[in-house]
Design a protein around this ligand. Sequence first.
Ligand SMILES: Cc1ncc(COP(=O)(O)O)c(C=O)c1O
Length: 437
Amino acid sequence: MSAAPNLEPYWMPFTGNRYFKANPLMIAAAEGMYFTTTDGSKVLDGIAGLWCCTAGHCHPKIVAAIQSQVATLDYATAFQLGHPGAFELAEKLTSIAPGNLDHVFFTNSGSEAVDTALKIAIAYHRVRGEGQRLRLIGRERGYHGVGFGGISVGGMSPNRKMYGALLPGVDHLPHTHDLGHNAFSRGVPEWGGHLADELENIVALHDASTIAAVIVEPVTGSAGVLVPPQGYLSRLREICDRHGILLIFDEVITAFGRTGNRFAANTFAVQPDLMTVSKGLTNGAVPMGAVLVDHAIYSAFMTGPEQAIEFFHGYTTSGHPAAAAAGIASLDVYEEEGLYQRAGEMAPVLADAVHSLKGAPHVIDVRNIGMMAAVELAPRDGEPTVRALDVFRRCFDAGVLIRTTGDTIALMPPLIIDDSQIDQIVTTIRDNLQAVD
Ligand SMILES: Cc1ncc(COP(=O)(O)O)c(C=O)c1O
């Protein structure tokens, strides 16, 4: 094995660099439900890498597909040239997508998918002669990646405040997190559907004719698993329909089984006009994102001379052969291994386990849907986030990887997880909640 690397030159993303470099946690390998650290310890993955590894790590079929693809065709430009893999993946993905989402634009990340979806929405109105529809509506506490579009419609202030005025013409819906009404909800909270009606107030303020799109995560993920209240998403849909506004679901974390069905749009029976996906699209094995597009939106662009470019947008690596191969293999594995069904079957096991933490020290809320759950802790006085980070480090040392965001522990294991592994995760969290002050 090579000597330990110099940690200094790498500026790590969303990480306290100085703390990490003084206290590194290094992963060397992964298989199935487990990571192996550089010093040989096994760590149970309670977060699917980071909402990515739906079928577990280093799935042999996905690994083989990528290896074979890069040995055959490593790269070809996606501009004015195609390769079969990108078309095959587009067909596979659109064949399982809900409703009329029958076209797909490939990107390399969730952030790029979000910015692409926002551009499609604005350009769509323009090609139809409604070029004044420029406003975008996001939501407080929303996370839509780190592009300028994504942070503009996003609602997490640390991600926004350093970067100036962001996109003009953006407004935000209120978030739906309210412990007074919804603490310890199992599944969909009963209270809060009416908060969707705030969209009518925003429409009244700006006039519908200025608004291009509303973008929401069906289940807010990065801000700590906020499940939409009963009726909330369908009310957003109705209001968008009433005013000719596009509805974008950012399903970067919820797609591919996370909520107990293929897509959150299936789980909540609400159809978006555009949907962003990434992460599970390739089981995390190769970076890739995508925007699924409604038939009517794609068709609106397909006018003018046939050889003319209809949408001036794209990435050098859109639909990259290795990513396409990983995507095809991943979608096959999810179907062949019945992982969407399994997510639905395991969801009550995860729900029972996490809700058993009610009453454990520091716990002020537990929430869940499908195979995602959160345990919110009371922050330490004057030291927000430190208690949760302490639990994170202790769980890692005890062989379980969890995720913390603020003072919330979030869990989203690979969908191959079994009962005893769920028990191990929750028992480790409970033990360490008892150990921290
Ligand atoms: C809902 C949502 N949208 C977009 C993104 C951004 O994806 P990426 O980090 O691949 O750019 C994320 C990442 O966690 C996400 O959760």
